[in-house]
Ligand binder design. Structure first.
Ligand SMILES: Nc1ncnc2c1ncn2[C@@H]1O[C@H](COP(=O)(O)OP(=O)(O)OP(=O)(O)O)[C@@H](O)[C@H]1O
Length: 232
C-alpha cells in the first residue's frame, strides 16, 4: 500500500478524551480520498498528524514504504514530501504568484526551477498571472496558486483541508472540476477533508466517513486509480 495508517491515536493537551480514537486506512498510489465527517470529528487533526504537525500518542504512518511515525520514529514535516493546500490559501502576500510557486523548490538549478514554475502555471491555467500578487487575484485563482505551489516540488502526497469553503458556490463547482482534472493529469495521491458530500462525490475515489477519529464506513465511488503520473 502506498499510504499506510494504522491505529492512530491522538489527544490534545488539556483535553479529557482522545480526538483520534483509533484511525486506520490504506491508500493506493494515485487514489483520491475524501475524509467526511461532522464538525469536530477530527478531520483537520488527522491531516495535521499525517503532515507531521502533531505527534500521535500511538500508531503508524508510512508513505511509499518510508515510516514517518511509529513507536520509535518521527520524521519532521519538511522531510515528508507532503504538499498542503489550506482553506485560506496561505499564500505569501508579499510575493508574486511566480515567487509563491518557487518558494518550495530547492536543490534545482535556476533554469530547472523556472521550467517547473512555468509547467505549474500552465497546469493551473495561470500563465498570464505570474507577476501578480495574491491580493490582485480572485479567490479561485489564489486557490490555484496554492495548488501549484503544493505540486511544484513533486510531493508524494497532497493533502487539502476544506479547499473550497472560502469560495462562492458557482466558483466551487468550477474549481472542483479543475482540481479533478489536475489530479487526474498528475496521477498524484491525495487526501482531502470536507463537510460537503457533493465535493466528496465529485472528486474522490473513496469517501471515508469518520466520527471521533474512527472510520465509520468507506464508500468506493470507482475502481479508479488514475492514469500514470505525468507531472510529479
Ligand atoms: N489545539 C487544540 N487543542 C485542543 N483541542 C483541539 C485543538 N484543535 C482541535 N481541537 C479539538 O479536537 C476536536 C477535533 O477538531 P478538528 O479541527 O480536527 O475537527 P474537524 O472535524 O476538522 O472540525 P471542522 O469540520 O469544524 O473543521 C474538536 O473537538 C476540537 O475542539
Amino acid at each position: 500500500m502506498f499510504v499506510q495508517i494504522e491505529n492512530l491515536q491522538y489527544q490534545y493537551k488539556n483535553t479529557s478524551e482522545l480526538t483520534i480514537k483509533d484511525f486506520s486506512l490504506n491508500i493506493e498510489k494515485g487514489e483520491t480520498i475524501a475524509i467526511l465527517g461532522e464538525s469536530g470529528s477530527g478531520k483537520s487533526t488527522l491531516l495535521r498528524l499525517i503532515a507531521g504537525l502533531e505527534i500521535p500518542q500511538s500508531g503508524l504512518i508510512s508513505i511509499n514504504g518510508i515510516k514517518f511515525v511509529d513507536d520509535r520514529t518521527f520524521v519532521a514535516p519538511e522531510k515528508r514530501g507532503i504538499g498542503m493546500v489550506f482553506q485560506d490559501y496561505a499564500l505569501f502576500p508579499h510575493m508574486t504568484v511566480e515567487k509563491n510557486i518557487k518558494f518550495g523548490l530547492r536543490s534545482m538549478t535556476r533554469r530547472k526551477k523556472q521550467e517547473r514554475i512555468e509547467e505549474m502555471l500552465t497546469l493551473v491555467n495561470l500563465a498570464d498571472y505570474k507577476k501578480r500578487y495574491p491580493y490582485e487575484l480572485s479567490g479561485g485563482q489564489q486557490q490555484r496558486v496554492a495548488l501549484a505551489r503544493a505540486l511544484a516540488p513533486a510531493p508524494s502526497l497532497l493533502i487539502f483541508d476544506e479547499p473550497f469553503s472560502n469560495l462562492d458556490a458557482s466558483l466551487q463547482v468550477k474549481i472542483r472540476d479543475d482540481l479533478r482534472a489536475i489530479l487526474k493529469q498528475t496521477g498524484i495521491t491525495s487526501i482531502f477533508v470536507t463537510h460537503d458530500q457533493a465535493d466528496a462525490k465529485a472528486l474522490a475515489d473513496r469517501i471515508v466517513y469518520i466520527e471521533k477519529g474512527v472510520v465509520q464506513h468507506i464508500m468506493s465511488l470507482n475502481s479508479g486509480v488514475k492514469s500514470p503520473k505525468v507531472y510529479c
